[in-house]
Ligand binder design. Structure first.
Ligand code: ZN
Length: 259
């Protein structure tokens, strides 16, 4: 029986029978891997503490038939701090649910690093949770192939001032061009009302460009005013959910507990 060694984050965990656990691991080496951890819920098991949700661990797996089984698991980080309150836990769950949805069985290290940095930021209490959430959303969309073009107005090339984000198109338009477009489309019969547009004041647009391009290890280190942060957060969430064309239960839960 061949063994494989993988390092990854447990993004989903389902209890099976009395003592087993089926886990989904987002690994550096192979992307999404599902594995059965036999006896993982027995308190005598060393697998107990390293196969639960949000654990970043080294795994030794073996393949039997179609499935992977956990032979050994050694904990690297449990992100203990994110279990300290329900709001942090809800945001971490949302991040993992998004990964479960967008992840594939192929290495995508930037996405895993983004998730790990986000969980670390949540547990360390250094940044506002809504800021971490928004940065995760827009960078995640960018990594999986929906990078928005937020550097300059798509129509005239203007780089400064207040903007609008065209959520479905993935581009920004300056105030003047947006007003002109609105006037034109009122007279057009094919005016598309489902076109979603988010206001992006200059500070929010700068933040979005930063979150899309900054090195992952510095991705949360930027300043933004409270007002701009609200616009930034709304735009990032709209953008990811619309690109993925779905909502998430864990996001609804996060919103319930974070008000
Ligand atoms: Zn313009």
């Amino acid at each position: 029986m061949t063994e494989i060694k993988l390092r990854g984050l447990v993004i989903k965990s389902v209890d099976i029978k009395e003592s087993d656990r089926l886990i989904t691991i987002y690994t550096h080496e192979m992307g999404i891997v599902n594995a059965m951890a036999k006896g993982a819920r027995s308190f005598k098991s060393r697998k107990m503490s390293s196969t639960i949700l949000f654990c970043y661990s080294d795994f030794v797996l073996y393949q039997k038939g179609e499935y992977y089984w956990v032979r050994e698991a050694e904990l690297i980080d449990s992100f203990f701090g994110l279990r300290e309150n329900i709001e942090r836990l809800a945001l971490a769950s949302y991040i993992c649910e998004v990964l479960c949805h967008v992840g594939v069985s192929q290495a995508e290290n930037d996405l895993l690093r983004l998730a790990l940095n986000s969980l670390f930021a949540i547990s360390s209490d250094k940044y506002l949770l809504k800021k971490i959430k928004a940065v995760f959303e827009i960078r995640c969309a960018s990594i999986i192939g929906f990078m928005p073009d937020v550097l300059a107005c798509q129509t005239c090339g203007e780089k400064a001032g207040d903007f609008y984000l065209n959520v479905m198109g993935g581009y920004v338009t300056c105030l003047n061009c947006q007003l002109r477009q609105n006037n034109n489309s009122v007279h057009e019969e094919n005016f598309n009302e489902s076109n979603i547009v988010c206001i992006l004041p200059e500070g929010a647009k700068t933040a979005m460009a930063y979150a899309v391009f900054a090195p992952l290890e510095k991705i949360f280190s930027f300043n933004i005013s409270d007002t701009d942060l609200d616009f930034f957060c709304r735009a990032c969430e709209e953008y990811l959910l619309n690109q993925l064309e779905r909502g998430f239960k864990s996001l609804d839960f996060y919103k319930e507990v974070s008000v």
